[in-house]
Write a protein of this length. Structure first.
Length: 301
């Protein structure tokens, strides 16, 4: 006697399928024949054992289904792991957990006062405009604890200027040449944000740019003169601030409730953004540590 359920499981087994695939015909329409199927081998146990085999398979099937679900979830986690690892490194960095604090490097409070003096001097020299006072930082706004030598600040308090790009230049071409050699920077990651080339830069000092539209929040350090266009936000910092440290802060998942759902990022939004500020030498060590770790996270991709 032959159990229909046992026969069905046997036909679905790898052994039976291998016999089929080894003898199929055709290229575009793969097929077999009844004659060949009749000749395929089938392991046949006694009838009672067939029934026990079927019962055991049915008993184990729910576990196989759970394993399949778990395997799919594991695949998803593996795909996200490099990105999650990078985010974790940045999160550790801006929480003061990536490198040690050194007493001899001073405090962020001292650095903050130095920056204010430097900015006041720039205002007196007419190099930057006097900035409006921002609201005090409340306990409810602070997303996590930072080392005692650090200080929470609003980004405009430590920036020389924050402004948006202007209209696209009238003189602009697609390919760079000896005359049109100034990159015009727009929103987005593609081609490093370069949308063309013009003759005269509107920003001539090293700055960070942040996409206000398109790839919202994409942050990039620009060391060469450039011309930013509409919705691109430009940030410049005094000597006590590492551009690359701020770049990592802006890239890290910092504030609660701020995500990809926002339609655009504006200058006022950036100006009030909270930044965990360490002393300048620690900023440099954080940047160096992240750069040391980047090759390892890239290998995971």
């Amino acid at each position: 006697m032959l159990s229909k359920k046992y026969l069905l499981n046997a036909i679905n087994s790898g052994m039976f399928r291998k016999q089929i695939y080894s003898q199929v015909q055709g290229i575009t329409r793969v097929r077999t024949s009844l004659t060949k199927i009749k000749g395929y081998l089938l392991p046949l146990p006694p009838f009672e054992e067939q029934k026990r085999i079927v019962a055991k398979i049915e008993e184990l099937m729910p576990y196989a289904d759970e394993y399949d679900k778990a395997n799919i979830e594991l695949g998803k986690l593996n795909e996200k792991f490099p990105e999650d690892m990078q985010k974790s490194i940045l999160q550790y960095a801006i929480q003061g957990k990536l490198v040690e604090q050194r007493e001899e490097e001073g405090t962020a409070e001292e650095l903050y006062h130095q920056i204010q003096v430097e900015k006041e001097q720039l205002v007196e020299e007419g190099k930057i405009k006097k900035q409006k006072k921002l609201p005090e930082i409340t306990e409810e706004e602070i997303p996590f604890d930072i080392p005692k030598s650090w200080k929470w600040v609003r980004i405009n308090e430590i920036a020389s200027f924050i402004k948006a790009g202007g209209d696209k230049p009238k003189e602009i071409i697609d390919q760079k040449n000896s005359y049109y050699d100034v990159p015009v920077i727009g929103n987005g990651k593609e081609n490093n944000g370069i949308v063309g080339y013009t003759t005269t830069p509107t920003v001539e000092v090293p700055c960070l740019t942040v996409s206000g539209r398109g790839t919202i929040g994409y942050t990039c350090y620009r060391s060469e003169p450039f011309t930013p266009i509409v919705r691109l936000i430009v940030l410049n910092f005094p000597s006590g601030i590492s551009n690359h440290y701020i770049e990592y802060v802006l890239t890290a998942p910092l504030e609660k409730g701020v995500g990809t759902s926002i339609k655009q990022l504006t200058v006022p939004m950036i100006k009030t953004k909270l930044v965990p500020l360490p002393p300048i030498e620690e900023q440099k060590r954080i940047v160096a540590k992240i750069e040391d770790l980047e090759p390892y996270t890239e290998r995971l991709e």
